[in-house]
Design a protein. Structure first.
Length: 582
């Protein structure tokens, strides 16, 4: 039996306890290997799509699945009543190319595609090549089953258009329609078991097609990888490191690194979830880049690099390895000295380097990837964000346009390149999500009160680790070296548990967050006044900090998947509204 897993299933699985997950794992593997599902207490559920079944994990836990031909797609798992309530608010549609979409609504009625199709199709008749005859035929249809049987009977080139149109019509009814890659077929037993054991790490296990293309490049190919926040650049790197270790011979290794120790720990966690070989893949602090001469070899070498002819070697616990491939994440934030050594290494050793200059906050943006774009180097641009929802992404695009206006040759770093702007503007989001929530405050007392209320609201739905509070603070520059344990006395005690120093959010992802804006960043967002003053005057305080502050805001907003609340001084309402309101 072929098995597919939906994101909803993986997220729900992660909320169960360890014993329930183990029992669910046994049930899933039994379904996979027993096509008749004997002994699994499979129960068919009455549902408009006609293919929904439930499997009993124990006396209480139920798995909701879609079963068609030789494929079972696990849609959701929960306690009995909650699992059945979940499917009652959803319908499942299978497209012409095997694509499956889950459509959900907040009402108690299952959303029906055929009811919304005709009026929406008439609006799109010219652009979608939907003829009057097709519309009249669909007008007589009375069920989703009939609608999709009709779609399957159309010419192949028309099937996908009709299917997509049906999904758009449901979106027009304010239903949530899942994206294509929110459901993934998993036929490899080892990967399936890993996915079940690490449900909260599902985004680390699965790859969409463009990511798979990056990961599949060979150990001798050099790759540049870029993309907007949440498009999976780091995910690609760790998967590729795990994948490349299979191409290594005895005495060879892979080096992977990023610019900050906390992010190196993050890489380590991700690689551990993928069960990498610690004797083949080394996570290195490249900022040290200790290089030794032939006559300096000692008996205890660890963490040193050495050039020998046209090869680079790395010493780990006094064992010498030849470096076959190097991978670097967050290239834009390495120090100038480290960048020079990376370029030196990349001239000899095949590499995979990811970067996104729209997220640069740790250094002057005065170096690009142009020096790495030599003959034979492939470049990939990821354009689907599955961490940032659609409505947050719209705000990020506005901020990027503002950064473009404010950046010029006189500011710290370089101008925003056309490539950078287009990369962000052409990125799409995989999830719809909720809009950014704007709340104004009059003074510190009112700010603290609102902050605590919002925090308690989020904590009612998420764990403390899923919610982050961050802010722009007056002594920002004095604390650039502080780590994630840094606490500011400016925050109420009740929210400090979830406080994160803004620069430490780099590379991380959370479900909900609260960002407190101060006067300085709000002044930078005052685009109308800035334009009229032609970027002169004291409002930037100083002008050279413009891109730095806005990049910080851009990075902060791009960390959250479901919800973002922005608190700002009340006097800046006219400044804030055009950027953050819909």
């Amino acid at each position: 039996m072929n098995v597919a897993l939906s994101d909803d299933f993986m997220e729900a699985l992660g909320k169960l306890n360890g014993n329930e997950i183990k029992k669910a794992s046994k049930t899933i593997m039994a379904v996979k290997h027993e096509s008749d599902a004997k002994g699994l207490r499979a129960h068919k559920i009455e549902h408009p799509c006609g293919a929904i079944v439930s499997f009993s994990v124990n006396m209480d836990i139920r798995i909701i699945a879609h079963q068609k031909d030789s494929t079972v797609t696990f849609l959701y798992i929960d306690h009995h009543d909650d699992a059945y309530n979940w499917i009652q608010k959803r319908n499942v549609f299978c497209g012409p190319n095997g694509d499956m979409r889950i459509v959900s609504t907040l009402t108690t009625e299952t959303p029906l595609a055929y009811e919304a199709f005709v009026p929406y199709a008439k609006q799109r008749q010219k652009t979608e090549e939907i003829t009057s005859e097709i519309i009249e035929t669909i007008r007589e249809i009375n069920s989703d089953g009939e609608l999709f049987s009709f779609i399957e009977a159309q010419p192949e080139e028309l099937q996908e258009k009709l299917f997509d149109l049906a999904m758009r019509s449901l979106k027009a009814k304010s239903c949530r329609v899942s994206q294509k890659f929110e459901i993934r077929v998993v036929n490899d037993d080892e990967i399936l078991e890993q996915a079940i054991l690490y449900p909260l790490e599902k985004w680390r296990i699965f790859l969409h097609p463009k990511q798979e293309e990056v990961v599949a490049t060979s150990i001798n190919e050099s790759v540049l990888l870029t993309g907007a926040p949440g498009t999976g650049k780091t995910v690609c790197l760790v998967h590729k490191a795990k994948n490349l270790q299979k191409e290594l011979n005895e005495g060879e290794c892979i080096i992977i690194s990023t610019f900050k120790s906390t992010l190196q720990d993050y890489l380590n966690d991700m690689l551990r979830a993928l069960s990498y070989d610690r004797n083949k893949v080394f996570i290195v602090d490249v900022s040290l880049f200790n290089q030794i001469q032939e006559n300096k070899i000692t008996e205890k070498l660890d963490g040193f690099f050495k050039w020998q002819g046209d090869a680079l070697y790395y010493y780990n616990k006094n064992i010498k390895y030849r470096v076959k491939h190097i991978l670097f994440d967050e290239y834009q934030d390495f120090s100038k000295g480290a960048l020079g050594k990376i370029i030196e290494m990349a001239a000899i050793v095949p590499f995979t380097i990811s970067y996104d200059y729209s997220q640069s906050i740790y250094k002057a943006i005065n170096r690009t990837s142009n020096e790495l774009q030599k003959d034979g180097v492939k470049k990939y641009v990821l354009d689907y964000s599955y961490r940032v929802n659609t409505r947050i992404l719209i705000k990020l695009k506005r901020i990027m346009q503002l950064i473009s206006i404010l950046s010029n040759s006189n500011t710290i770093g370089s101008e925003v390149t056309e490539e950078e702007i287009q990369m962000v503007l052409h990125t799409e989001a995989a999830i719809d999500g909720s809009d950014v929530k704007l709340l104004s405050y009059k003074d510190k007392i009112s700010c603290d009160t609102i902050l605590e209320d919002e925090y308690n609201l989020y904590r009612g739905n998420y764990n403390a680790d899923d919610v982050i509070v961050t802010k722009f603070i007056s002594d920002f520059y004095c604390n650039l070296q502080k780590d994630s344990n840094f606490r500011t006395e400016e925050l109420p005690i009740s929210v400090r548990r979830s406080y994160a120093y803004l620069p430490t959010l780099k590379g991380k992802e959370y479900k909900a967050g609260i960002i407190v804006l101060d006067d300085a960043v709000c002044q930078l967002l005052n685009i109308n006044r800035l334009l009229f003053n032609k970027l002169n005057g004291e409002i930037l305080s100083p002008k050279k900090n413009a891109r730095f502050y806005l990049n910080l805001l851009y990075v902060a907003m791009s960390r959250f998947r479901d919800f973002v609340t922005i608190l700002y001084p009340e006097k800046y309402k006219e400044t804030i509204s055009p950027i953050f309101e819909s």
